[in-house]
Structure formats: structure tokens, C-alpha cells
Design a protein around this ligand. Structure first.
Ligand SMILES: *[C@@H]1O[C@H](CO)[C@@H](O)[C@H](O)[C@H]1NC(C)=O
Ligand SMILES: *[C@@H]1O[C@H](CO)[C@@H](O)[C@H](O)[C@H]1NC(C)=O
Ligand SMILES: *[C@@H]1O[C@H](CO)[C@@H](O)[C@H](O)[C@H]1NC(C)=O
Ligand SMILES: *[C@@H]1O[C@H](CO)[C@@H](O)[C@H](O)[C@H]1NC(C)=O
Length: 411
């Protein structure tokens, strides 16, 4: 029952005129017109990691540790699948902004908070309603503008604890790159190595998100393996982050690859001097006989292209059901006036509200500086991640007791 308006056309805006002065700068310091946004805060974007929570429940239900690791690896890949074709920029969260998501149907609840403004850090904490898992992290999206593309490095560790198995897994998400921000067609690539470590033993799963390469052969491909404590490869994992992931026995995989190479042919793509076009190679994943399906992406709603390419999960994130307003923390993204105006299709109002909110934030910061006052976070505190030993923002609890009287006034 979402009442939202279709997205606005960006055709009349020249990004280049805004960006040409900014090559190499950190993008968080550049103000972009709201027309390049999508009506979600980065806090809501993070909550999309939870879209395939059933994979965490599946991991919890496995008796074998290698089976658990496979489900966790599938979850880690599925968590970034919603990035596909999402070139809209999420709103930068205001300091103190929060977002909650209670999904009884999927058996979890999540709370997140913007805990730092410079650098922008978003902390989140999700837990299984059956007390079966905890999933948390703090993300500092470092954006860099490279002339033709914008690259986002999601600094920060993600931790998944399977409570009944007394296991903890940690990893860092791959880099995300938006190509052709100036000319050509926008497209998204994710690349980098994601290492999922089982902290009970130090065993790990290594996933390689491949850059698409000259001929596009590797477009969206993810390949990796799980090794046990003796460094023995136990299974190979392969697929595409936009589509599906499979698991197969390492020996079967190797012999299949040898045969495959003999018949391999290179596909050429048209070169374009002005834009880094997305290669046209769109073949789906070739399944090796004997593989097990770990995950398959859910199809997007039919009018997704008019809705910022949202998934079904993303479409529900701004929903404000009757009665919710009095229950939510007053800092919740759903109550943020600029996002709400954009959701309703009123771009002028959204733009005006965004400016007002940013000005209010600046004024509050000045006021604190004058009084030598430190900002205090509400639901998270800086601590040490017990599994990695590094600094992390940890949930202090109590959000769902719903006592919000001392919430900051940020809207
Ligand atoms: C998209 O589809 C949904 C459900 O089919 C509908 O409720 C919504 O109004 C549609 N949105 C647009 C912008 O067409
Ligand atoms: C672009 O600008 C022109 C002239 O101002 C206007 O007629 C047109 O409707 C605009 N197009 C869009 C997609 O906003
Ligand atoms: C949505 O996906 C289409 C098809 O790939 C793409 O052309 C368009 O730019 C995307 N829109 C957004 C807002 O990312
Ligand atoms: C993770 O650690 C646990 C506890 O030591 C161990 O039983 C299990 O085999 C490990 N899992 C994997 C996939 O290596």
C-alpha cells in the first residue's frame, strides 16, 4: 500500500558542471542536486542487507560447520545484491538519525543510528526474534570521484553471530563503483575480495568479486572457496551477485574448468572513447553438474524501473502504517521531511527541506562547539569488536523499550 510517486527525470541536469571541480575529492563534501537521490536514507539502504534473512536461519539450522559457512557466504553475497542498477544516491543520514525495521514474517528486528557526521558512520544491530542470531556492524562509506566513475568503499566490519552454535563470522563488503557519472549510461560494478572468517577456529571463506575486465567475461562474477582449519579446500562457490550462487566439490570444479578452457572463445565489445560502457555480455551463470544452489535473487517488481529500481524489500522501507507515527522514535528516517517529500514526488519541497535540515544540523553543531559540548550517541557506543579486536560501534540495548523522550530534535 505504498503511495509513492514515480521517479523524476534527470535529463535536464548536468552532473559534469557540478563535478568537474571535484576530481579526487571525497564526495561527502560535495552537494549534489536532489534529483540524483533515491528517497531512502543510507540507514535504510543498510537495512537491505536483511532482505535474504532466511539464509541466516538456514545457517543456524545446519549441523555441519561447512554447510553453515556456505549459507553465511550466500547471505554475504545476497546482502549486496540490491545494489544492482541502483544508481540513485541515498540521502546522507543526519547525526542522530535512526531507523528501525521490525519484520516478524522474516524473524528479525533491526535498529540503526548515524553515530558520526565527519566521517559519516552508520551503526546497525539486528537480532533474530528467536534469539538465534545477532548481526551488526558500523559502515563508513568512503566515496571517491574518479572523473568518469564514483567508487564507494564500505569501510567497516560486519559481524554475524550464530548464537546456538557459539560461532561468529566477520567480513567487509566489496567496493561498489558507479560508472559513467558524466556521460553514457550509468551502471554498477562491485569488486574486491571478501574474506569471511570463522572466529572460533580461524577457518575462512574467500570470495572474489571480479572486476568485469576488458571483454566483460567476468561481469558480476563472484568466485571463491571455503577452506577448513588445515587449509584444505572443502568447496568451491561460484555465481553472480546479481543472480545466484552455487557450491560444488573442488575436484569436480577443477576438471570442469579444464574442459571449459578448451572451448573458450573471447567475446568482443564495442569500444567507446567517452564512456566506460557496460559490456554487453549478459549470459547467465553456467551451472556445473553436481552443484548445489545456495541462493537465487528474487525478481524485482514490474514497475521497479520507475521506482528507482527498488526491490520489493526496498519499496516497503518508507511505509508508515497508521499508528506507527506515535510508536517510532522521532528520529526515524520515515519521519524525515525531505525524504518524505521526495517519496511523494514533490521535488521542490524535498530540496527545500533538505537544505533546512542541513542548516539546522550545522547550527546545532556550532552551538555545541560554543558550549564545548560533545555529541552523545543514543543507542550505540564506541567499543571494541570482541572478534576482530578493532574499534566498532556496539548496540547498548533498549531501543525497543520505546522510551524516546530524550531523543534529539533533528528534524
Ligand atoms: C508500482 O506497482 C505497485 C504494485 O503493483 C503499485 O502499488 C504502485 O502504485 C506502482 N507505482 C508506480 C509508480 O507506478
Ligand atoms: C527539460 O527542460 C525543458 C525546458 O526547460 C522542459 O520543457 C522539459 O519538460 C524538461 N524535461 C524534463 C524531463 O524535465
Ligand atoms: C534502473 O535500471 C535501468 C535498467 O538497467 C537503468 O537504465 C536506469 O538507469 C536505472 N535507474 C536508476 C535510478 O538507477
Ligand atoms: C568454525 O568454528 C567452529 C568452532 O570451533 C568449528 O566447530 C567449525 O568447524 C568452524 N566452521 C568452519 C566452517 O570451519
Amino acid at each position: 500500500p505504498r503511495q509513492s510517486a514515480p521517479m523524476f527525470s534527470r535529463n535536464n541536469f548536468s552532473v559534469w558542471s557540478i563535478l568537474k571541480k571535484c576530481i579526487g575529492l571525497e564526495l561527502s563534501k560535495i552537494t549534489m542536486p536532489i534529483v540524483f537521490n533515491e528517497p531512502l536514507s543510507f540507514l535504510q539502504r543498510i537495512s537491505e542487507y536483511m532482505e535474504h534473512t532466511y539464509l541466516v536461519h538456514k545457517a543456524c539450522a545446519q549441523a555441519e560447520s561447512i554447510e553453515r559457512m556456505q549459507a553465511v557466504a550466500a547471505f554475504a553475497v545476497s546482502a549486496v545484491a540490491s545494489q544492482w542498477d541502483r544508481t540513485g544516491k541515498p540521502f546522507n543520514p543526519l547525526l542522530g538519525e535512526t531507523y528501525e525495521l521490525l519484520r516478524e514474517d522474516q524473524g528479525f528486528r533491526l535498529v540503526s543510528e548515524q553515530v558520526s557526521h565527519h566521517p559519516p558512520i552508520s551503526a546497525f544491530h539486528a537480532e533474530g526474534l528467536a534469539q538465534d542470531f545477532v548481526f551488526h556492524g558500523s559502515i563508513y562509506p568512503k566515496l571517491k570521484f574518479w572523473g568518469k566513475s564514483v567508487e564507494a568503499e564500505p569501510k567497516g566490519t560486519i559481524t554475524l553471530e550464530l548464537l546456538k552454535h557459539k560461532e561468529a563470522y566477520t567480513w567487509t563488503n566489496p567496493l561498489c563503483c558507479v560508472h559513467n557519472v558524466i556521460v553514457g549510461k550509468l551502471w554498477i560494478e562491485q569488486y574486491g575480495t571478501v574474506e569471511i572468517v570463522n572466529h572460533s577456529t580461524g577457518d575462512k571463506c574467500v570470495l572474489n568479486f571480479k572486476p568485469c575486465g576488458m571483454f566483460g567475461k567476468e561481469l558480476h562474477r563472484v568466485e571463491g572457496y571455503i577452506q577448513d582449519k588445515c587449509k584444505k579446500k572443502r568447496c568451491v562457490i561460484y555465481g553472480k551477485w546479481t543472480e545466484c550462487m552455487w557450491s560444488v566439490d573442488p575436484q569436480v570444479y577443477e576438471s570442469h574448468r579444464k574442459n571449459d578452457r578448451k572451448g573458450a572463445e573471447e567475446t568482443d565489445v564495442a569500444e567507446n572513447e567517452d564512456a566506460d560502457d557496460m559490456p554487453e555480455v549478459q549470459e547467465t551463470v553456467a551451472v556445473i553438474p553436481g552443484s548445489t544452489l545456495l541462493w537465487r535473487v528474487a525478481s524485482r517488481p514490474p514497475n521497479s524501473t520507475e521506482m528507482y529500481n527498488f526491490t520489493n524489500f526496498a519499496i516497503g522501507l518508507n511505509e508508515l502504517e497508521p499508528g506507527m507515527e506515535g510508536v517510532l522514535a522521532p528520529t526515524d528516517c520515515r519521519l524525515r521531511p525531505d525524504i518524505r517529500a521526495m517519496e511523494m514526488g514533490d521535488m521542490d519541497e524535498a530540496s527545500k527541506q533538505k537544505e533546512r535540515l542541513e542548516e539546522k544540523q550545522r547550527a546545532a553543531r556550532k552551538e555545541r562547539a560554543k558550549d564545548n559540548e560533545e555529541w552523545s550517541t543514543r543507542w550505540f557506543e564506541l567499543g571494541v569488536n570482541p572478534f576482530t579486536g578493532s574499534q566498532d560501534w556496539l548496540y547498548t540495548g533498549g531501543y525497543f523499550d520505546r522510551k524516546y523522550t530524550d531523543s534529539p530534535d533533528i528534524y
